[in-house]
Ligand binder design. Structure first.
Ligand code: ADP
Ligand code: MG
Length: 697
């Protein structure tokens, strides 16, 4: 462990480093900024910047960058050197407070959904002092938010920070009602478990689909898949273990504590779980994790696939977003308490989450929507596209007792009265780990499992924080004016459960009967991204975001456009890649094999008059039929791609890609995959599913 403690955070300008490197007064000012969001004076910023620079140079840094998360979902950085010229023709290493606090990247090529065109030509980045600066290679990275000069958010972090402010404000109001005066801030916490695949680099390099799109667009099933469940928690191969050790070391240096790592259900699939932290930091850390996985993989001759569905017929990859709410005094507000009052407080926060998830199911679905994740949601292994909540049997019984005003537990005839009775302790690990639920209560936190493996966690948490803040606001409004607090509280929880219990489903989310049942309950089933996005601008959703000052209507519209545009672009690239691979690799390979078979048959006849060439003949006829069918389907796909050009609105275009292009892609794949199963291995132009999934030995 000593190496861990030494290495941990060694490349982070964290609290320990600040204490060591900053003058006492500056350190205190920084603390006030980090803990209470107090504005930092430029003079203080100058001192911090200088100390940060000296520390970074000591660690080998030569450049700095404002590290931000544009709406592409990945991070962006523009490196500037610390070097400044002096009058006498020499250079000095400089970094000012102004450069620390604010940056002006040339942002014109980041997606803005028309925002920058309408407002200002340029955007700026603003330091997020609550997320520590860190060193990557030779660059000091300063976590920032990215806005236009008009103040519109151009990134994923700004709305997340806004949502954290909202939930802080409303949660504090509720806590005050419970006589809680010592808490000064409330923050949501997130631990995002990351799933990924590893494939050998030499195989990746032979697959254009992986190179261009991150997933395989062709590929017949391998004889063995995941059916034996022998990979899940199986022993980790030495090569993978070496990779994981390196990942851990790199992450520790950056202050990210990777806690558990194990194999996942699918062969070649693994998972990394970090220790949770404040949501904006967790979002930054998740970006660092994804980048580190990819970089370290390369050093080991591997490629880390973060796509949600790299292989058809094999489990996809998600990100399990563990989410809770904590006070600065260290109380987890989603932890059932010991006293009646604590229990009542727990129930009010719990009910707010139930109401939020029910009222904003569509937004939660939208927050995880992407072309990649569409393959996963609704497929066999991932939570279905229907949003529902799993709360376990114990809590269900409690809620039922409150709703029906009936007896709970052993104390017969005694009604469960909120604020009077103590709830039983809910066992954390006996809850049967319902892996099929998209949104599961796991004892003292919720696990939102619909997130895709490649996406930033910011969107989902922005929605979650905002929706829960909105419900807490509604509760606080009622409770603050209540004549009898306890009665009003009881009624409030009672009514909330009655009105929103439809969102609670403890059964098997993969079951077909659930789809019908969910429809009866009036729950959304938004299968694909365009279906989900059709609801982003619904009146209630616009109201939620504008009332809570997360997005202006303009910002929201721009995001809507960016998401649709991104969906269309992704499918378009995939379709073009399929055409390219089919025409340049698959059709010629099959054709070459047919020729070899035909030549063999002829040569056999020449050698022996009555030679039996039935194998060759049968394959020639089957494969030539498949190849001509494949060509027809390539042409059909080409036509459908061309058809997109005539469509001008993004809404219609996204629907077109979903309803016309994707089916044409699927048809082509079926034919080519069938040809693969009949073609000799030597002739097939790319590594097979079996090669890739079982390639790391
Ligand atoms: P489980 O037994 O539910 O798997 P773990 O303790 O193993 O719980 O945690 C799973 C993930 O949830 C980890 O990434 C962990 O950091 C995160 N987590 C635990 N507690 C919280 C919390 N209060 N808020 C957010 N995430 C949390
Ligand atoms: Mg998990």
């Amino acid at each position: 462990m000593s190496t861990v403690t030494e290495a941990f955070g060694s490349l982070v300008f964290n609290d320990v480093t600040m204490k060591e490197k900053l003058p006492k007064e500056t350190y205190k000012a920084m603390q006030r900024t980090i803990k209470n969001g107090k504005h930092l004076d430029l003079e203080v910023a100058n001192v911090v910047a200088n100390a940060m620079k000296d520390w970074a140079i000591e660690k080998g840094a030569t450049h700095y960058t404002h590290w931000f998360q544009p709406m592409t979902g990945i991070t962006a950085e523009k490196h500037d050197s610390f070097i400044s010229p002096t009058d006498d023709g020499k250079v000095i290493m400089e970094f000012s407070g102004k450069e620390l606090v604010r940056g002006e990247p040339d942002a014109s090529s980041f997606p803005s959904g028309g925002l920058r065109a309408t407002f200002e030509a340029r955007g700026y980045t603003a330091w997020d002092p609550s997320s520590y600066a860190f060193i990557k290679g030779t660059t000091l990275c300063i976590p920032t938010a990215f806005c236009s000069y008009g103040g519109e958010a151009l990134d994923k972090k700004t709305p997340l920070l806004r949502s954290m402010e909202r939930i802080n404000k409303q949660a504090l109001r509720v806590l005050r009602l419970f006589g809680n005066t010592d808490v000064s801030s409330v923050k949501t916490t997130v631990g995002a478990e990351q799933e990924y695949f590893l494939v050998p680099k030499e195989m990746f390099d032979k697959r254009k689909d992986l190179i261009y799109t991150g997933r395989t667009l062709f590929g017949a099933k391998s004889p063995k898949g995941q059916e034996l469940d022998d990979h899940y928690f199986g022993s980790i191969k030495p090569r993978i273990a070496a990779f994981m050790n390196d990942v851990n070391e790199e992450l520790w240096k950056l202050g990210v504590l990777a806690k558990t790592e194990h194999n996942e259900v699918a062969p070649a699939q693994h998972e990394l779980a970090p220790i949770f932290s404040t949501t904006n930091i967790a979002a930054d850390h998740n970006q660092i994790i994804m980048e580190t996985l990819q970089n370290v993989a390369k050093k080991h001759g591997l490629v880390c696939l973060l796509h949600e569905k790299p292989f058809a017929g094999v489990n996809g990859s998600g990100k399990h977003n563990n989410w809770s709410i904590s006070t600065n005094t260290g109380v987890n507000l989603l932890e059932p308490g010991e006293t009646p009052y604590e229990n009542a407080q727990f129930l009010i926060f719990f009910s707010a989450v139930i109401k939020a998830v029910d009222e904003y199911q569509d937004l939660l679905r939208i927050s995880v929507a992407s072309a990649g994740n569409d393959h996963r949601l609704g497929a066999n292994e991932a939570p279905p596209a229907i949003v529902s909540m799993f709360i376990g049997d114990e809590l269900r019984d409690v809620l039922e007792a409150i709703e029906t005003e009936s007896a709970y537990g052993v104390k017969e005839k005694e009604l469960l009265r909120i604020g009077v009775h103590i709830l039983p302790k809910f066992p954390k690990d006996t809850t049967d780990r319902n892996r099929t639920s998209p949104f599961a209560f796991t004892g003292n936190k919720f696990e939102f499992r619909m997130l895709g493996s490649a996406a930033s966690v910011s969107d989902a948490n922005t929605v979650l924080n905002t929706a829960v803040a909105e419900e807490l606001k509604g509760f606080a409004d009622i409770l603050e004016t209540a004549e009898n607090f306890e009665d009003t509280l009881h009624d409030l929880i009672h009514t909330t459960i009655k009105e929103h219990k439809r969102i609670i489903f403890n059964g098997n989310g993969y079951d077909d009967s659930w789809v019908a049942e969910a429809a009866r309950r009036g729950l959304y089933n938004l299968k694909a991204t365009p279906d989900a996005l059709a609801h982003l601008l619904d009146e209630k959703n616009v109201k939620l975001f504008t009332d809570n000052k997360i997005f202006s209507e303009t910002e929201l519209r721009s995001r809507h456009e960016i998401m649709l545009e991104n969906y269309c672009k992704v499918i378009n690239i995939e379709a073009l890649t399929m055409v390219d691979m089919a025409r340049k690799e698959i059709l010629p390979a099959v054709s070459k094999y047919i020729r070899s078979l035909a030549e063999t048959a002829v040569l056999m006849k020449q050698a022996v008059e009555n030679a039996d060439s039935s194998v060759e003949c049968e394959l020639v006829s089957k494969l030539s039929a498949l190849n001509s069918s494949a060509l027809a389907k390539v042409k059909k796909l080409e036509l459908s791609i061309a058809g997109a050009k005539a469509i001008s609105s993004y809404e219609a275009l996204a629907m077109y890609y979903k309803d016309t292009v994707i089916p044409a892609m699927n048809e082509l794949r079926i034919t080519c995959d069938e040809a693969e199963t009949l073609t000799a291995e030597d002739f097939w132009p790319m590594p097979s599913y079996g090669d890739m999934l079982f390639g790391v030995r």
